[in-house]
Design a protein around this ligand. Structure first.
Ligand SMILES: [Zn+2]
Length: 398
């Protein structure tokens, strides 16, 4: 199994300049050979050999490096990798009808790939052309079987995404849950744990508005405007980072505890009809969370079951199946007039989601299980706040 570990890099000034040269040169090689391949194709349409191969372009790159000497400052494997990627983009265009390879701009996401030659020494990552090694945040130790490293920049921060091979056995969780994604709580599980949202965006909203207003009055093209743009971008970065961290923690806890998780197929179009709700959705990065949960479950041999959005998960009574048509969005408590069940609205929905998912895959519905202590333990370890929605107060200990 290939896994990825992303670490923050702390290059010194010279290294930062060299990293920037790597971004620029890999982009230059891509753009240069995209044009070369385009021209060749136009000129040889009628010939037997219509297009250039990746090997043709690699040979041409060697010649080009004699003319454009600054390319020699750059790790040659990273430059060659740009040609491999360009070739892949062409193949994908011809075979799968994907978009025609496009020129890359400074405004695109900056990255380059290092396919081999890495070493770790202390808290430094040694890669070709960086003999002294670039400092990294050594929160987690860098694994041994590295396949490749992708270096990226986000505003003014540098990162290394380290892809490595691992044969660690991850244990599949054995519990089953339905999950209701919500606004009051980030999510509610069918065994009664409701996770509080972080709402990072709200916290930074005022600040963001202020800085954006400042930006709007800065003169176009001025140094001050450039500075202000960076300021705004950094605020967005803060929001993104906090959200990603939050989503990682929760998805890890859930994937450890549950082997089967049932979720609703998120249909944004239906959801965004309510503006307040839409804001919370993008705020909380549900899509990112779902993607993380899915691959983390897969790592452990667990499964995610999706059910349609139009199944009446909120309006149906999880006790007797009666449908309460007049349930309002503001009703926090679900009270069933038929069987008398009184239950938190999100808990009721998550139990329905679980049951619908299990029926969909032909499994039986389990007896009601009270709050699952182990999940609480995993959440405690990740520092996530939650409440128990079960009527009987439970003692939650890790
Ligand atoms: Zn009922």
């Amino acid at each position: 199994m290939i896994k990825t570990l992303k670490v923050r890099l702390y290059p010194d000034e010279n290294q930062r300049i060299l990293l920037e040269k790597h971004f620029g040169s890999c982009r230059f090689v891509w753009n240069h050979f995209l044009e070369v391949r385009n021209k060749y194709y136009v000129g040889h349409k009628k010939d037997k050999k219509k297009g250039l191969t990746v090997f043709d372009t690699m040979k041409m790159l060697t010649t080009l490096k004699k003319e454009i000497t600054w390319l020699n400052e750059i790790n040659s494997q990273s430059l060659q990798h740009s040609l491999v990627e360009l070739d892949k983009a062409f193949k994908s265009f011809f075979k799968h009808n994907t978009a025609y390879p496009a020129f890359k701009s400074k405004k695109d996401k900056q990255y380059f790939i290092i396919p081999s030659g890495f070493k770790v020494k202390g808290n430094r990552l040694i890669v070709p052309k960086f003999k002294e090694g670039i400092k990294y945040r050594d929160k987690s130790s860098i694994p041994e079987n590295i396949k490749q490293i992708i270096i990226t920049r986000d505003v003014d921060r540098y990162y290394a995404s380290i892809q490595y091979e691992t044969n660690e056995e991850l244990v599949r969780g054995n519990a089953v849950a339905g999950i209701d994604m919500g606004v009051k709580y980030f999510l509610t599980t069918s065994d009664g744990i409701a996770i509080e949202p972080i709402n990072t965006y709200r916290k930074y909203e005022k600040k963001l508005k202020k800085e954006q207003r400042r930006l709007s009055i800065k003169e176009k093209g001025s140094e001050n405007r450039k500075k202000q743009i960076v300021k705004v971008k950094k605020l967005y970065q803060k929001i993104r980072d906090a959200r990603t961290d939050f989503n990682h923690k929760i998805s890890t806890a859930i994937a450890k505890h549950y082997g089967t998780v049932v979720v609703e197929d998120l249909n944004t179009q239906g959801m965004t009809q309510n503006h307040k709700l839409a804001k919370s959705i993008s705020d909380q990065g549900w899509y990112q969370f779902r993607r993380m949960l899915e691959y983390k479950l897969q790592w452990r041999g667990g499964e995610m079951i999706e059910i349609g959005m139009f199944d009446p998960s909120s309006k149906m009574c999880s006790g007797c199946g009666n449908i309460k048509h007049d349930l309002k969005l503001s009703d926090r408590i679900y009270h069933c007039d038929v069987c008398g069940l009184t239950i938190d609205r999100d808990l009721n929905a998550s139990i329905n989601i679980r049951n619908m998912g299990l029926i969909k895959v032909g499994k039986g519905i389990p007896e009601f299980t009270p709050v699952e202590i182990p999940l609480a333990g995993y959440l405690n370890r990740e520092g996530i706040s939650y409440v128990s929605l079960n009527q009987e107060p439970q003692i939650l200990e890790g």
